[in-house]
Design a protein around this ligand. Sequence first.
Ligand SMILES: C[S@@+](CC[C@H](N)C(=O)[O-])C[C@H]1O[C@@H](n2cnc3c(N)ncnc32)[C@H](O)[C@@H]1O
Length: 219
Amino acid sequence: MDQTIILGDCLDVLKTIEIQSIDTVITSPPYNIDIPYSSYKDRKPRDNYIQWLKDISIEIARVLKPNGSYFLNIGSTNVDPWISIDVISSLRDMFVLQNHIIWVKSISVGDDTVGHFKPINSKRFLNQNHESIFHLTLTGDVAIDRLAIGIPFKDKSNISRRNHAQDKRCAGIKPVWLLLELDRNHVQVFRKNLLLGFVLFLIWDRWHAMEIMKNTQVQ
Ligand SMILES: C[S@@+](CC[C@H](N)C(=O)[O-])C[C@H]1O[C@@H](n2cnc3c(N)ncnc32)[C@H](O)[C@@H]1O
């Protein structure tokens, strides 16, 4: 498959892209939490930040094909737990929230724990062990293939009991996925698990995908 990498400010680049020409947009924008990127300043006034992501999303709505998908990964912090909710609410008039996927970084069942998270030292907050991935579409009716990233049944009796054609079930309690940070590297997890998952999960004959907000310097 041919790939083209375009370096630039995503808002400028999006404006040059033809209307209804893109199948999928996958983005993990900065979360406005003062991460020291090399040139991007990750601390805008809150309203400006929400408006900035809205302006970008307006362009995404314009370039997406009618059956396209827009995956927006965004996390919150303990001190600003509303931010991802405020961002997604601001897109409500433009997109249908077709699936809300939770990126679970670490989970414990009984005494067993899988995954990693950043430790905190707080008397009032729980650890932030998840982020949101919003699957936005223009119609709410874009076909997906849940079983392309499915997992085998644990209880095999379900296969005959529920008339399943194969030993595969949707990977999570709809629509939650556990995307554990098994290798500790957040960006690697995003690239390896999420990007591959999205590509498998969508049904296309031909597609033009774009990932915006790459880990590159933006002047
Ligand atoms: C949370 S990180 C996402 C990393 C990305 N998912 C990856 O796999 O490399 C956000 C990135 O967005 C970039 N960024 C900030 N403003 C941007 C803009 N206007 N256009 C494109 N990228 C931008 C930042 O430099 C930063 O690398």
